[in-house]
Design a protein around this ligand. Structure first.
Ligand code: NAD
Length: 443
């Protein structure tokens, strides 16, 4: 099939590549000429396991192309995806300017029936606005080309994006057009062979499904962080509590890890945007507000533990940080907890020496050259003469360190384990002071 994707970020690039992998002819359009040029050279600007070789192969085999030519892109696709960003507006609601700009571009150039598929995370009612924007441009050029708009939210996880895209656990399709649904069923058939994963519904329900999913996941995290904060104060170990509650199949073990707060480009903005949608509809979403507040407080937790340990005297200290990305297997640092920690450390006059397997380049892009940030190439290099080690991201490489070596390299042997990776007793037996999240010992 002929497919066009507007936006070559995490969602657009991964979707386009996976669709090309299944034999479709995919054209990816982006306004960022630099990105398009890099992609044409086989240089993938984001880190996502398995993505680069797949992009290169499909590009070389002629199924995947990149362009800034929006008119050509619209002309190519029988199915045209919108996968551009929906960042938070000043009031927290989703900023739809990029989505609507693409819709207008489609309306400007569409010349035969096409299905416009919105993959961006957008507030309820956006499918109607996209339909309106396309129709307005068509009317402006007195054209009567038929089209359908489908809401097809994306559930891939950064770090597992290719795998999620190739083996989705569900494909939500919101549409009232039988013709559009049939086309999407055909497009997604190769991803849908083992059993039917397609959940068909109306556009509004599809739009809300995406927000409900992210809000539920964010709620689980904030709930566990709240339990961790209680555990800390009453002398309980949240890691034991976690296993105790996870054993109940109604609760389950997934996604109930306490930590240094959630970040990334999705949970923070989507929880806020859903709260704004609710507010605009006359409903005060108090739970969502609490989820956000708990998370914001939690992002400062590591700094507070450090400050408490050093009696508020952080000036002149060097803090080793393991992990900058908002989660493992990505280089994405949007809203990452590491940023809150580093920024507060800098404010307090401390220096940061950081290691991340993939995000050093992103950190350099975000913060530039500065005296109080050193990015190192190997994990133990970060520790040499540092006053503390803080674990912010749970990369596999950090799970089982040589604690004897850690102790010998640190000038003050103390670990702040923001992801509860270690057994406190093991760390302490190695002669290193240990702070975790909610481990009954951090008062
Ligand atoms: P991103 O910021 O990585 O990429 C967006 C891309 O769109 C950029 O390359 C930008 O240059 C391009 N763009 C902007 N305006 C354009 C236009 N008019 N024409 C063509 N390209 C244009 O964003 P992302 O992380 O891929 O997210 C895209 C959407 O998908 C968002 O709504 C997001 O909430 C949602 N989403 C993201 C994830 C994720 O894990 N990142 C998961 C599910 C859903």
């Amino acid at each position: 099939m002929k497919v066009t994707i507007f936006g070559t970020g995490y969602v657009g690039l991964v979707t386009g590549t996976c669709l090309a992998e299944m034999g479709n002819h995919v054209v990816c359009v982006d306004v960022d000429a630099g990105k398009v040029e890099r992609l044409k050279q086989g240089d993938v600007p984001i880190y996502e396991p398995g993505l680069e070789p797949m992009v290169i192969r499909n590009h070389e085999e002629g199924r995947l192309d990149f362009t800034t030519d929006a008119a050509g892109g619209v002309a190519h696709g029988d199915i045209v995806f919108i996968a551009v960003g929906t960042p938070p507006d000043e009031d927290g609601s989703a900023d739809l300017q990029y989505v609507l700009a693409v819709a207008r571009t489609i309306g400007d150039h569409i010349d035969r029936y096409a299905v416009v598929v919105n993959k961006s995370t957008v507030p309820v009612g956006t499918a109607d606005r996209v339909r309106g924007a396309v129709a307005e441009q068509l009317a402006a050029r007195s054209s009567m080309v038929p089209f359908d708009v489908v809401s097809n939210p994306e559930f891939l996880k950064e770090g597992d994006a290719v795998e999620d895209c190739l083996r989705p656990d569900r494909i939500v399709v919101g549409s009232s057009s039988a013709k559009a649904i049939a086309l999407l069923r055909k497009l997604y058939a190769p991803f849908n062979r083992n059993h039917d994963r397609m959940v068909v519904m109306d556009e509004r329900s599809a739009e809300l499904t995406k927000y409900a999913a992210n809000a539920m996941l964010a709620t689980k995290i904030s709930f566990m962080n709240e339990m961790a904060n209680i555990a800390e104060r009453v002398g309980a170990d949240i890691e034991l509590v976690r296993q105790g509650i996870g054993a109940d199949p109604r609760i389950g073990y997934h996604f109930i890890y306490p930590g240094a707060g959630y970040g990334g480009s999705c949970f923070p903005k989507d929880v806020q945007a859903l709260a704004r949608t609710a507010h605009a509809a006359g409903y005060d979403a108090r739970l969502l507000g609490a989820v956000e507040i708990v998370n914001d407080t939690q992002k400062s937790r590591l700094f507070e533990l450090l400050s408490g340990h050093f009696g508020g005297e952080l000036k002149g200290l060097t803090v080793a940080v393991w992990g900058l990305a908002f989660k493992p297997n990505t280089d994405d640092m949007r809203e990452a907890s590491s940023r809150r920690l580093m920024e507060r450390l800098w404010e307090a006059g401390a220096k940061v020496r950081a290691f991340d397997p993939e995000a050093a380049g992103e950190a350099r892009r975000l913060y530039g050259e500065r005296d109080d940030l050193q990015l190192v190439e190997r994990p133990y290099q970060a520790l040499e003469g540092a006053d503390a080690l803080v674990i912010v991201t749970e990369w596999k490489a950090f799970r089982s360190p040589d604690f004897t070596r850690v102790k010998s390299l640190l000038s003050t042997p103390v670990i702040f384990d923001g992801r509860n990776l270690y057994d406190p007793a093991t760390v302490e037996e190695a002669g290193i002071a240990y702070y975790g999240i909610g481990r009954g010992r951090s008062l």
